[in-house]
Design a protein around this ligand. Sequence first.
Ligand code: ADP
Ligand code: ASP
Ligand code: MG
Length: 410
Amino acid sequence: MKVRLVVQKFGGSSVANSERIKRVAQRVVETKRAGANVVVVVSALGDTTDELLELAGQISHSPPERELDMLMATGEQVSVALLAMAIHELGEDAVSFTGAQVGILTDATHTKAKIVDINTQRIVRELERRRIVIVAGFQGVNLNQDITTLGRGGSDLTAVAMAQALKADVCEIFTDVEGIYTADPRLVPQARKLSAISYDEMLEMASLGAQVMQARSIFVAKRFDIPIHVRSSFTHAEGTMITKSVKAMEDIVVSGVTLQKDEAKVTVRDVPDKPGMAAEIFRELAGKGVNVDMIVQNVSREGSTDLSFTVVKHDLPPTLRITRSSAHRIGAGEVTTDEGVAKLSIVGIGMRSHSGIAAKMFEAMARKRINIEMISTSEIKISVIIRRQHAERAMRVIHQAFGLGKRGAH
Ligand code: ADP
Ligand code: ASP
Ligand code: MG
């Protein structure tokens, strides 16, 4: 009989200290002793990646991205080695690898590289020797042999790509909550664990602020139809399956509410109301790699109009520089910014077949006197820009309005 192959990924909080690393080792050994082959992907300990970035920031305001990758990748190298030691202590054979060692080949984009290939030979050989294989998450190597990283939360992507390359039976993502919830359980205590969610919904939720899974990892999982089980590294409770959508999922109109707090709004005043003006502004931004999110153009008055859009706060300084110069060129007025905004979204594939969802969302907010500044929708999501100071309250209001909480919780 074919031996089951399981990919297990443990996030930073699951390996935050030596006690937790020992607990993870136990969990891995349990799976191995139950008869499966195990490939483990691990993140850096606790907040290591943030701490390394902070350290880099003390040295330079704009460190070369190649060196940032070199630095950040050290975090995961520490955790794989420690986990291998902990597994040895329990009497099983384990071997740890960096991304480069197991041939995780990426493109050349430092700090957010894409995986292009995984050479599984070495891993397969080690598994055949009945060893537990431990792979550093979040990192790879490009054709130049330079170390790259896969974007924040990138260990999720390493795990999914491993599961795909090795044709694993399941990809388990162990984290510090019991699965995917209707909202971040830290912000909405009434949030309920979902037993299953579709790739499309998870992709939207991840892109709209639910950091529990890296968005790109879901994109890849969907493409290759890799089922993911998100579950707790602290309990044995069943978590959430992320899979292809099934009929029952479509009956649920709204599956989750997400919040993105790091948004900023830019407004260009008195843009001449003639063709090509918006193109001019957004072409420049796109060319410089700035991702523009929501866009609103006001009704024009006397030949000019105001144009507002949002970007992630981190991109605000270059956005402002580029927009000011475009505005000057096209003869627009002043460019102002607003860093006090957040984006609240609802997501659900049931929206495809139900109407009145936007109205229900806006009414719930109106009742609580929460002002909506911008709106954008897609087939399976509705997002609004609101004041950041009201954001968490608004999230709870919307969560309740759609009856997403635990039964009896409200
Ligand atoms: P890890 O270190 O395991 O990768 P992350 O911090 O990246 O963990 O992701 C887990 C966190 O994601 C949880 O602690 C939770 O606060 C947050 N989160 C945000 N939205 C959700 C959601 N809808 N369901 C579950 N967790 C969520
Ligand atoms: N350590 C990396 C990060 O913090 C990757 C990960 O945890 O998935 O983003
Ligand atoms: Mg994560």
